[in-house]
Write a protein that binds this ligand. Sequence first.
Ligand SMILES: NC(=O)c1ccc[n+]([C@@H]2O[C@H](COP(=O)([O-])OP(=O)(O)OC[C@H]3O[C@@H](n4cnc5c(N)ncnc54)[C@H](OP(=O)(O)O)[C@@H]3O)[C@@H](O)[C@H]2O)c1
Length: 248
Amino acid sequence: MSLSGRVALVTGSSSGIGRAIAMRFARDGADVVVNGRDQKKIDGVVKEITALGRRAVGIRADVANFAESQAMVERTIRELGHVDILVCSAGLFHFGPFLDITEKEWDDVMNVDVKGMFGVTQAALRSMVPRKWGRVIFITAVSGLIGVPHMGHICTAKWASHGMAASLALEFAKFGITVNVIAPGPIDTPLLAAAAERMRGIVPGSHGAPVGRIGKPEEIAAAAAYLASEEAGFTTGQVINVSGGLGI
Ligand SMILES: NC(=O)c1ccc[n+]([C@@H]2O[C@H](COP(=O)([O-])OP(=O)(O)OC[C@H]3O[C@@H](n4cnc5c(N)ncnc54)[C@H](OP(=O)(O)O)[C@@H]3O)[C@@H](O)[C@H]2O)c1
């Protein structure tokens, strides 16, 4: 997929799925903003992208903070001119029985996984509307399509993001902007590695989806490359389940 001349901002791209998407977009010709909260991890991905001959800007920002999110988009525009493609992949994972979830754990999940998409998406859409072109992609999870025990807060956040994407798809269709979701199943990233043992026997597919394995971040990036492309202009408001057969 050619993304030549495009500018992409990928939240949570210092690791895992976001990193794979940032690298794929750069290989496909886009300039990329790399985001996370750890400057060292951000710098590592920026270096890999610039080695491919693309422009890359690392922006340390907490997406749970509305002002930092909006400032990240403003800096993207200052340094790279505009935002064509926004991918929201920043996310945290917490796992535990519903009766044990604390108010802080609930708030942390909502603030990163839901509010974290609001601030940056609102600012990015403002810059896309006058240009009459844009691609917004939310990375959620297959847990946004089904219920999963011990993931009441995560499921709530992912289902909420699907509602936000559907609404925005309709509101911004007339501006040439598409808004879609990729709902991954278990993907080989640091997030899954940290949680896999606790999920064993509780979360279906956490150690292997129906296709017989867990997924690779690059397999999510392939779906993102399609949704970000010119060719995907007639696809909006969709949730693409990339889970090796879970949730169907
Ligand atoms: N891996 C899976 O099996 C799987 C399955 C389904 C859905 N997902 C979803 O995919 C998304 C990415 O997960 P992943 O597996 O790629 O995890 P990951 O490897 O842990 O990467 C998460 C990224 O988000 C960043 N991040 C976290 N909180 C942030 C915040 N408040 N502000 C800015 N950046 C933040 C992290 O950087 P810092 O920590 O340095 O800030 C990191 O770059 C998440 O939404 C997750 O729920 C993952």
